[in-house]
Design a protein. Structure first.
Length: 545
RNA sequence: GCCCCUGUAGCGCAAUGGAUAGCGCACUAGCCUCCGGAGCUAGUGGUACAGGUUCGACUCCUGUCAGGGGCACCA
């Protein structure tokens, strides 16, 4: 029994196209999809509709010829034991209906191999670096960072699961203006603690945590010049702890300070200069990014001799490629969207393709409390932090909620809803399905044997459930293509729904022992898929709730 | 002014260019002697507007309207 039926069917279709002499027309466009609605078979293709235009013939006759050829080939091969029928439906779609045995075998594979049966090698070990969060170590992580953390980590898990070699990286902005201001802020608070009357500038860091750092700095007798680094270290420890508590762990913490010391920035500049991408104007050094798609050229060394933030970023991204990664994914906040063209221009200047870098703009999440939006202000330190969200709703609900909407869309996160233990709260709906399965499995003594007869699973809800289970692979593939993991949350809700429907109509623990055994196998399969999906989201799988 | 995101049922959202646009909340009517009712079944109700591309558009393009966010030799 072939594991990848889709590939087998594609080969079959290709053979027919070659035989009919139509292959030349659409080799690039050949596709085979799983219909979203299983009314239309288990696989469908629209290629007769596509061919209709190219051959200038009605789609129905093309589809009929194709189906004729397909049926002949199927009848002559092993596929006759797999495919129930192929037929033309609707406007000219060709739909494949698989035999139930196929689904039973797939279910058997899942329950015997577990998650191994679900992994794929689509990524073919391509090395991908996902950079996300990368918040300046000048304050606690905000909700915006929290969403990025959830999305980035989940995306990393999904890509690793489908065969990529994935590393997570946090770019650490540990020097520069913001760190200087941080140090100065702590310095002023320190003086204040020592009884001095101070004028505290508006643009300094206002949060109470600055006092905490000042007290520690005072105890340890940190010198004024080192306050910035000390404070950044102090805050970084907090950030790392928060991310760890959120289940997000980075492989690399890439220090901007180290980058500056390494000489890689100057090296990058000289390479750009050789290629003719740099010029001087009005006392500043400019990067000629317009020739690579940007709307204006960008300053990289200001007229006062200091670098702009673009300078290290150019070197940083080139260094990512030098380190051996061939696909870069950056998650940025919406305030950076104008920055995408610049950095894409930069990687192109070094000879990389623009599509080797995907910049995903993670839109903001607005926190609601009792239906009222909570305003945020980073400087005042009055924003809601990741820590507060975790303390209020827990890791599972927080992760699920941050992943529930398309990453490029705004997200409303109501803390009260996330705390509810009801159907309004989707994470509970999914976990409830899991716990319910565990409960049933606990209450049965029947062993699920490998050679178990699954053909007794004939009810519509049973077959629907198996088909839904097999949809995980498609879902993960969509996540990969769209570079967005949110579809997984939708899928898990749908799978849970299919399970609840099945459960409501059919008893698992039945008088008929062979039926009971088969149904136990069925729900064990659902359990494996749910566990897999929840794990990819970074959410626990409670056996009891 | 320019750029990004979003307009789908009373509310919150879903639908890798595909066939009869799905789900939750709310509302209405039902389902527990039985594996977890935190569940299930049925009903009400919808693609902002105007064009275009396509065999086919919630989806892509143009414009209009509405909401949110962003546009430094700041990071």
């Amino acid at each position: 029994m072939p594991k990848d039926i889709q590939r087998v069917l594609l080969d079959l279709v290709r053979n027919c196209l070659v035989q009919l002499g139509w292959w030349e027309y659409l080799r690039e466009e050949l596709s085979l999809e799983r219909p979203t609605d299983n009314r239309f078979g288990d696989f469908t293709t629209n290629l007769a509709l596509k061919l209709s235009k190219l051959l200038k013939r009605p789609p129905a006759t093309i589809a009929a010829e194709l189906v004729n050829s397909l049926q002949k080939q199927i009848a002559e091969s092993e596929l006759q034991y797999l495919i129930a029928q192929v037929k033309v439906e609707g406007a000219g779609f060709i739909n494949f209906y698989l035999k139930e045995d196929y689904f039973y075998e797939q279910l058997r594979t899942i329950i015997t191999l577990g998650q191994q049966a679900l992994r794929s090698d689509i990524g073919s070990s391509r090395k991908v670096l996902i950079e996300f969060v990368s918040a300046n170590p000048t304050g606690a992580l905000s909700v915006a960072h929290a969403r990025q953390a959830a999305v980035g980590d989940c995306l990393a898990r999904v890509l690793a699961f489908v065969g990529f070699e994935v590393k997570r990286e946090y770019y650490l902005n540990d020097e520069g203006n913001q760190i200087n201001i941080l140090g100065a802020s702590v310095g002023l608070r320190l003086k204040e603690l020592q009884g001095e009357k101070v004028e505290f500038p508006e643009h300094y860091y206002q949060g109470d945590y600055i006092y905490d750092i000042a007290r520690v700095a005072q105890d340890r007798k940190i010198s004024l010049a080192d306050l910035g680094d000390f404070a950044a270290d102090y805050i970084l420890k907090i950030i790392k702890q928060e991310l760890n508590d959120f289940g997000v762990n980075f492989d690399f913490w890439y220090s901007q300070k180290q980058l500056a010391k390494s000489g890689k920035i100057e090296e990058a500049f000289s390479r750009l200069k050789e290629k003719g991408y740099l010029y001087e104007k009005e006392g500043a050094l400019w990067f000629k990014s317009t020739v690579l798609g940007d709307d204006k050229d960008r300053v990289i060394i200001k007229s006062d001799g200091n670098q702009t933030y673009l300078a290290p970023d150019i070197a940083y991204h080139e260094d990512k490629f030098t380190r051996g990664f061939d696909w870069l994914i950056n998650l940025w906040g919406p305030d950076h969207h104008g920055y995408i063209q610049r950095i894409k221009a930069a990687i192109q200047a070094f000879g990389h393709a623009p599509e080797d870098l995907d910049v995903i703009i993670v839109q903001l999440a607005t926190i609601f409390r009792n239906g009222q939006p909570v305003q945020m202000s980073t400087r005042r330190g009055q924003y809601i932090t990741l820590r507060e969200v975790l303390e209020e709703v827990g890791v599972d609900a927080a992760r699920f909620f941050f992943l529930m909407r398309r990453t490029s869309s705004h997200l409303d996160f109501d803390l009260e809803v996330a705390k509810k233990q009801s159907a309004e709260n989707p994470v509970f709906y999914v976990q409830y399905a899991y716990a319910r399965i565990c409960s049933i499995l606990r209450s049965s003594q029947i062993q699920i044997r490998d050679d178990l007869d699954l053909t007794v699973l004939k009810e519509k809800e049973e077959l629907d459930l198996i088909k839904k289970m097999l949809g995980l692979a498609t879902t993960l593939n969509i996540c990969r293509i769209t570079v967005d993991p949110y579809m997984l949350t939708v899928y898990l809700q749908e799978l849970s729904e299919s399970f609840h429907k099945f459960y409501d109509l059919h008893r698992v623990l039945d008088q008929d022992l062979s039926l009971t055994a088969a149904r136990l196998a069925l729900i064990k399969g659902v359990k494996i898929i749910l566990a897999c999906g929840l794990e990819l989201l970074g959410i626990t799988q409670p056996e009891k709730m």
